[in-house]
Ligand binder design. Structure first.
Ligand code: AMP
Length: 277
């Protein structure tokens, strides 16, 4: 496994490959969710590149950039076990030169959900992913359904800007009690960890209601909200039943919908979603 710390090193390593290149961008502190993406990339490509970069431009001023969990040694040993070929680990200075002035802004779908609670977040995400795509030049780039809106934003960016790669979506990996794996789960104390199961409970309820024929989106939102409000440590940011493509809130669930939520458990902000179909 080769480690590239500079853009020049990454490009030189990439240039040696003629077959398909699978790319898994991450912010590190890896878990089984990340590794599932690496495994899929490994199965489908001759070269597998993962990146570890805690991207400062996607964090708001009062968010957790400084305290975001980091453990490079552990991450590298996990990636090595999965037979990753190259790990790209640039510094922020390498990625953002002084006077960095070019940004990628995906409009409309970024106004909603995460975008409305985290202003500027997707501008940072789209810009760093566009840069990573230009540096790594992947054939396939793997993203988790866990971050459903991010996945849509990246797909839209790649399509709108005619990027020469395919974005592949991978299912959300969960703990045995349903909690979606996330690097931020480490922030939860044991009591909060227990309370955090309420997110998946609410999403499962949405699924059950829809399966039983409930098509009124507001009824589903209200039932989800009431489950979460029973948990004293949980504070809702949003509960959404939205169109799977435009992310517009639905009145009626016809064929499919994205049920998603953001909930604070103590100080930790967690997001999760399921597709109702
Ligand atoms: P992050 O390190 O949080 O930026 O995530 C890097 C990639 O891993 C993104 O494409 C995420 O959507 C994906 N990912 C994070 N958690 C999970 C999970 N529990 N299951 C599947 N993919 C995930």
């Amino acid at each position: 496994m080769q480690i590239a710390n500079t853009i020049a090193q990454m490009k030189a390593a990439r240039a040696k490959s003629s077959g398909p290149v699978g790319f898994v961008p991450t912010m590190g502190y890896l878990h089984e969710g990340h590794l599932s993406l690496v495994r899929q990339a490994r199965a489908e490509n001759s070269l597998v590149v993962a990146s570890i970069f805690v991207n400062p431009t996607q964090f708001g001023p009062s968010e957790d950039f400084k305290s975001y969990p980091r453990n490079t040694e552990r991450d590298l040993s996990m990636l090595e076990k999965e037979k990753t070929d190259i790990v790209f680990m640039p510094t922020a200075e390498e990625m953002y030169l002084e006077q960095f002035n070019s940004w990628v802004v995906v409009e409309k779908i970024t106004d909603r959900l995460e975008g409305s609670f985290r202003p500027g977040h997707f501008k940072g995400v789209a810009t760093v992913v566009a840069k990573l795509f230009n540096i790594v030049e992947p054939t396939y780039a793997y993203f988790g359904q866990k971050d459903a809106q991010q996945l849509l934003v990246i797909k839209k960016m790649a399509a709108d800007l005619n990027m020469n790669l395919e974005v592949i979506a991978a299912p959300t990996v969960r703990e045995s009690d349903g909690l979606a794996m996330s690097s931020r789960n480490v922030y939860l104390n044991p009591q909060e960890r227990q309370a955090a199961t309420v997110l998946f409970k609410a999403l499962t309820l949405a699924q059950t209601l829809q399966e039983k024929g409930e098509s009124d989106a507001e009824t589903i939102r209200q039932q989800m909200t009431s489950v979460i409000n029973k948990e004293p440590l949980a504070k809702i940011e949003y509960v959404s039943i939205a169109d799977t493509e435009t992310l517009e809130e639905l009145t009626t669930v016809e064929s499919t919908a994205l049920a998603s939520l953001a909930v604070r458990i103590g100080k930790t902000r967690l997001i999760d979603n399921v597709v109702l179909s």
